[in-house]
Design a protein around this ligand. Structure first.
Ligand code: NAD
Length: 344
């Protein structure tokens, strides 16, 4: 694996909704110098150059010829592979926006190109860097028994080159695979297409194989891009704690078993003795503590971590195989939903 010292020459391929944030970061992150942007749209790349500097190019080849060490690929997903293969073949480190690719076949091809290249590949599963997710991981709860996730938004008419599973649910699929450290053994799903050929709303139930404690985990995941409001919520139940998190509000609560044990033991004894507890207020009985959510922009934390991986030569936090596994699970979900609708 290639390590790097000195300033890294940085470029961004695709400067739309996501790409422009990556361009900005190229002027803010230490040790990185924005040298160029690539976009098919001449006005868009000119706007980026005027605002942030560097050179504008219509094609990836021109950026490679001008000299670049690391890029972010933020084109629509269907174009990730073409750009990634060219850049990886020339030893350029690539941060590729999620999802890695629109299909398992293309994700495999990109992962193989990364393995041949020696350059690093990270997939932009940025929720891993969200301070709310960092706080959840810090609790060290081990494998949960049950997870409930809601990710719903109104239609933005962007990323319609893929369905809602690859567009939105993929964030939660990646986080679940990270938390469980395994892929689901069983996938059930139901989905609805409203605006096109791919699904706009999907609910999936993923059953994960037993963890170290011998128990399975079930995750119930919902994604919609046709909602009337925006919500990003996650609830995790493990034998040790109940965690509820709101990624939009950047906050959450934890109910730990150890903190509540004595009170629960008393309640169990009272119930067993047949006492009438109906006048008790559950909310007052349970001891809640706020989730310790830190500060920081997830996209920036992600880029800083990728730069550190390049400098040290260590494995990126979300490597090609992780991105590939997320796409593979997404395809299983879409296939399960189609099979259900077909009555299979
Ligand atoms: N991490 C996140 O939370 C998040 C959120 C939204 C989108 N995304 C991902 O980011 C990627 C881009 O999405 P977006 O919403 O920014 O799209 P977008 O349509 O707003 O922008 C894409 C840009 O790429 C340019 N482009 C298209 N084909 C190109 C090519 N072959 N070469 C160079 N430029 C090209 C377009 O002109 C446009 O400027 C997608 O993979 C999407 O899934 C990630």
């Amino acid at each position: 694996m290639k390590t790097a010292s000195g300033t890294l020459r940085y470029g961004v391929i695709g400067t739309g909704r996501m790409g422009r944030h990556h361009v900005r970061l190229g002027t803010q992150i230490q040790g990185v110098e924005l040298v160029g942007v690539v976009d098919r749209d001449a006005d868009r790349r000119a706007e980026m150059v005027e605002k942030y500097g560097g050179a504008g190019h219509a094609e990836v080849e021109a950026l490679i010829e001008a000299g670049v060490d690391v890029v972010t690929i933020a084109t629509p997903t269907i174009h990730h592979r073409a750009a990634a293969e060219k850049l990886l073949a020339r030893g350029v480190h690539c941060l590729i926006e999620k999802p890695l690719a629109p299909s398992v076949e293309e994700a495999r091809a990109i992962a193989d190109a990364a393995a041949r290249s020696g350059a690093l590949l990270q997939v932009g599963h940025v929720v891993r860097y969200d301070p709310v997710m960092v706080a959840i991981r810090k609790l060290g709860l081990g494998m949960p028994r049950f997870v409930e996730v809601d990710r719903i938004s109104p239609m933005t008419f962007r990323s319609v080159d893929v369905g809602v599973v690859l567009d939105m649910m993929i964030h939660d699929i990646d986080v679940l695979l990270m938390l469980m450290e395994r892929e689901p053994e069983r996938v059930d799903a139901s989905a609805v297409n409203v605006l096109g050929d791919s699904e706009d709303v999907c609910n999936a139930r993923l059953t994960f194989p037993p963890g170290p404690d011998g128990h399975r985990c079930v995750a119930n995941v919902t994604a919609s891009r046709l909602a009337m409001k925006t919500e990003r919520k996650m609830r995790l139940i493990s034998p040790e704690a109940y965690v509820s998190a709101d990624f939009q509000e950047r906050k959450g609560n934890v109910v730990r078993r150890t903190v509540n044990d004595a009170r629960m033991a008393q309640i169990r004894a009272d119930l067993k003795a047949g006492k009438d507890l109906s006048s008790m207020n559950w909310m007052e009985l349970v001891s809640l503590e706020p989730l310790d959510v830190g500060a920081g922009e997830p996209l920036r934390l992600q880029m800083e971590d990728f730069v550190d991986a390049i400098r040290t030569g260590r494995k990126p936090f979300v490597d090609a195989e992780a991105g590939f596994a997320a796409v593979r699970t997404a395809e299983r979900i879409v296939a399960a939903a189609k099979a259900l609708n077909a009555g299979a």
